[in-house]
Design a protein around this ligand. Structure first.
Ligand SMILES: Nc1nc2c(ncn2[C@@H]2O[C@H](COP(=O)(O)OP(=O)(O)OP(=O)(O)O)[C@@H](O)[C@H]2O)c(=O)[nH]1
Ligand SMILES: [Mg+2]
Length: 387
């Protein structure tokens, strides 16, 4: 819900958006903070202002030449249905997980800092594979260290984040610390995979919305109203993937990324590790938490199905018309895709010549079922299109 700001606060917000330097922006935000009424409805806004001030302060710091951070931007090309980073401290067991789930020939060692460069592997599941990337370790004593920077850059680029924590070494604290680190770097964990970007621009005469995704709980008119309630009249809004109105509101305060996130708790073959796993599960009920030990490996097919669900992805197995068996390689689609979306993805012209389709699935009362173009697909469906 839009926060109803009193007029002075709205004016101050406008002054903030027009401020040129970070120093000036900090000043305006501080003034705005003192102007907003403090109640439940403005808690979020307060939080954003605090976060934005912290970010701007860091920006000011960075501008000082002796402290300028080097840009690190390693990039692992995405392959398969999705890219997931394994993020955690050194020795937490990231390589052990990578080796257990994928074909990667990564080195595992009791010595710290064994994996210093990103390492990737593919977890094969029915119809596709999921790419896992072990990042350099997060350094808890020094989050400005290069390995942490590289790890965060990789996390920012990935489709999902797997937090890896040692079950025998304060795992609840580790999860909570890593989440704070991500938040401080503009990455919000959990929720739907998507991105909202709002660029205030005098070059456009109104609010222009470029919708490459979907807003689950609002319309384009709602977005316009929300932005206007913050005094924004000229802006370009880019929406990718699935987002909520809350995401849009948060994006007003800066570019914002939300990543689906889950947790691996390692060393659950040890008594302490088992206890640690239960504690993490208790402490973070909103996150999916998996126990891990090399002696009791996870079922890849089940894990894969879980992860696709978390990512909002489905696999559809297409069958060329008249053939008996569907393709082994799945068509990867966003959840919410219909038969016509699948047709368009196979071939543009296919969507135009579409007549009807047949679906085979255990969820249907009978198979094959003849369906129209708006039929909603689900993970595992077999699809034959008559064009
Ligand atoms: N008992 C037990 N040992 C584990 C488990 N996971 C990892 N280890 C051991 O912990 C040590 C570190 O594991 P790695 O997988 O290399 O850890 P990492 O997070 O990749 O660490 P770096 O790459 O060095 O930062 C190794 O000696 C592993 O054998 C586990 O679930 N149970
Ligand atoms: Mg490693």
């Amino acid at each position: 819900m839009p926060t109803n700001l009193p007029p002075q606060a709205r004016l101050k917000f406008e002054e903030y958006t027009q401020a040129k330097t970070p120093e000036e922006k900090i000043k305006k935000l501080r003034e705005l903070y003192s102007l907003i009424p403090k109640h439940k409805g403005t808690e979020k806004l307060e939080k954003f202002i605090r976060r934005r001030i912290a970010e701007l302060k860091r920006e000011v710091e960075k501008k000082k030449p002796e402290k300028r951070a080097k840009r690190v931007g390693p990039f692992i090309k995405k392959k398969g249905a999705a890219q997931i980073v394994l993020l955690g401290y050194t020795n937490s067991g990231r390589s052990t997980i990578l080796k257990s789930l994928t074909n990667a020939r990564v080195r595992i060692s009791p010595n710290p800092f064994t994996t210093s460069d990103p390492f990737e592997g593919a977890m094969r599941i029915k119809g596709t594979f999921i790419q896992f990337v072990e990042t350099p370790p997060l350094i808890p004593q020094d989050y400005d260290a290069k390995p942490t920077k590289i790890a965060l850059a990789l996390a920012r680029n990935a489709d999902a984040i797997a937090l890896v924590v040692d079950g025998t070494d304060n795992p609840v604290q580790s999860v909570s610390d890593i989440i704070s680190l991500l938040e401080a770097n503009g990455i919000t964990i959990g929720g739907s995979p998507g991105r909202v970007k709002i660029r205030k621009s005098r070059g456009v005469s109104s609010i222009i919305i470029s919708m490459k995704g979907r807003v689950i709980d609002g319309t384009e008119a709602d977005i316009r109203m929300l932005l206007e309630s913050y005094g924004i009249k000229q802006a370009i809004v880019d929406i990718e993937g699935t987002v909520s109105m809350e995401d849009v509101e948060e994006a007003i305060f800066g570019d914002k990324i939300r990543k689906p996130t889950f947790v691996f708790v390692t060393r659950t073959d040890l008594e302490d590790g088992k206890g640690g796993f239960l504690k993490v599960k208790d402490a973070f009920p909103e996150l999916k938490v998996y126990p891990f030990s090399p002696t009791n490996p996870l079922n890849k097919e089940e894990l894969g199905t879980d992860l696709l669900e978390l990512l909002g992805i489905i696999r559809v197995f297409t069958k060329p018309f008249g053939r008996k068996e569907p393709d082994e390689k799945a068509l990867i689609l966003e959840r919410g895709s219909t038969v016509i979306d699948a047709a368009a993805k196979i071939h543009k012209s296919f969507a135009k010549t579409f007549k009807y389709a047949k679906i085979w699935s255990e969820r249907l009362p009978y198979s094959p079922m003849r369906v129209g173009k708006d039929f909603l697909l689900e993970d595992g469906d077999i699809l034959e299109i008559k064009g």
